[in-house]
Design a protein around this ligand. Structure first.
Ligand SMILES: Cc1cc2nc3c(=O)[nH]c(=O)nc-3n(C[C@H](O)[C@H](O)[C@H](O)COP(=O)(O)O)c2cc1C
Length: 344
């Protein structure tokens, strides 16, 4: 495929510029019906979770298309589902650049983007203009200027607007790049937030005549007691799914690298084992009560089937696309389908 040829050129560019160029090229390939030259045919291997049937188990993780401006091109790449966002109620610029760093030697990325996005109204307009040829998740967050005590207001405001358009809504309480956000994963704060979200979900389901599942996205930097606590609350509040997980603050896996001291979340291969361990621990606590979407350092089929073996029903990827290109999507979807066919 084309990507191994393009990668060295893209890696000579600043990571954020390469990101924008790649998305523009994908849009072009989609509009000119050229995507089939660049990516393998989509894998059809249906999986059901959260009451939704996905064409295959492989999704795009949040953060790559924060404004939902590239939905049709992304579905054309063969994803079973695409998660757009994180979107906040109001537009915000995010952190100062540079804010994305490649850790090439270890196939990792550090980012401190800080929810740069055009706001929920722009995202809604983009979704309305898209064909949405698959399952669309919309990931919501809070604006940086909103005090953490008022976080629920932001999630509810974003939820009201995306609800009629989303197949599921992801609630991001685990970005390391919004001050105090991860505090929302703790005990009373989490319980209050989940209650508010669940109450609004019921009201919106009545209003729109359609139930849209809620999936909560958590961090990989949690100890066993925190994981048990979160699992208990997700079950108690009848949350529909959990996305495990976000980027890590740990630098153990890239100690000594020249970017290791950059602030932000680390993703890609240095996160693989940590994310799988999170899924495994969470699966024990949840005991099948709700499905896990496994994310973090999936760079080959084996990484993905390890996540499924640990307890995930679906997987998502971001950094793997940067290092392996779009051929990875079909490779992973096939590996998961093969594992299921073998009865595992
Ligand atoms: C540049 C970048 C931006 C990201 N932005 C978001 C975001 O806005 N919201 C979110 O929930 N996760 C975001 N993530 C985290 C990913 O969705 C994913 O959870 C994480 O990168 C681990 O998966 P990976 O190793 O396949 O990249 C971002 C990741 C990267 C690399």
């Amino acid at each position: 495929m084309l990507y191994p040829l393009l990668r060295p050129l893209l890696f000579r560019l600043d990571p954020e510029k390469a990101h924008e160029l790649t998305l523009r090229s994908l849009d072009l390939a989609h509009h000119c019906h050229l995507m089939r030259l660049a990516v393998p045919a989509p894998v059809i291997a249906p999986v059901t979770a959260m009451g939704i049937t996905f064409a295959n188990a492989v999704g795009l993780a949040a953060g790559l298309d924060k404004n939902g401006a590239h939905i049709d091109a992304l579905f054309d790449m063969g994803f079973g589902f695409v998660e757009i966002g994180t979107v906040t109620p109001l537009p915000q610029p995010g952190n100062d650049k540079p804010r994305m760093f490649r850790v090439v030697e270890q196939q990792g990325i550090i980012n401190r983007m800080g929810f740069n996005n055009l706001g929920v109204d722009a995202l809604v307009a983009n979704v309305r203009h898209s064909k949405r040829a698959g399952i669309l998740g919309i990931n919501i967050g809070k604006n940086a200027v909103t005090p953490i005590e008022r976080a629920a207001d932001d999630y509810l405001a974003a939820m009201d607007k995306v609800y009629p358009l989303a197949d599921y809504i992801a609630v991001n309480i685990s970005s390391p790049n919004t001050k105090n956000l991860r505090q929302l994963q703790q005990g009373d704060e989490l319980s209050a937030l989940l209650l508010a979200l669940k109450t609004r979900q019921q009201a919106l389901a009545d209003q729109h005549g359609r139930y849209v599942p809620l999936a909560v996205k958590i961090a990989p930097d949690l100890d066993a007691a925190q994981i048990a606590d979160i699992a208990r609350l997700l079950i108690a509040h009848r949350i529909d799914g959990v996305i495990a997980g976000n980027t890590t603050l740990s630098r153990d896996a890239i100690a000594g690298h020249r970017h290791a001291a950059e602030a932000g979340g680390l993703s890609g291969a240095p996160l693989t084992d940590k994310a799988t361990a999170l899924i495994r621990a969470l699966a024990v606590e949840l005991d099948g009560a709700l499905p896990i979407i496994g994310v973090g350092g999936i760079l080959c089929g084996r990484d993905a089937t390890d996540k499924i073996a640990a307890g995930a029903t679906l997987v998502q990827l971001y950094s793997g696309l940067v290092y392996r290109g779009p051929a990875l999507i079909a490779e992973i979807a096939r590996a998961i389908a093969q594992r299921a066919a073998n009865g595992n």
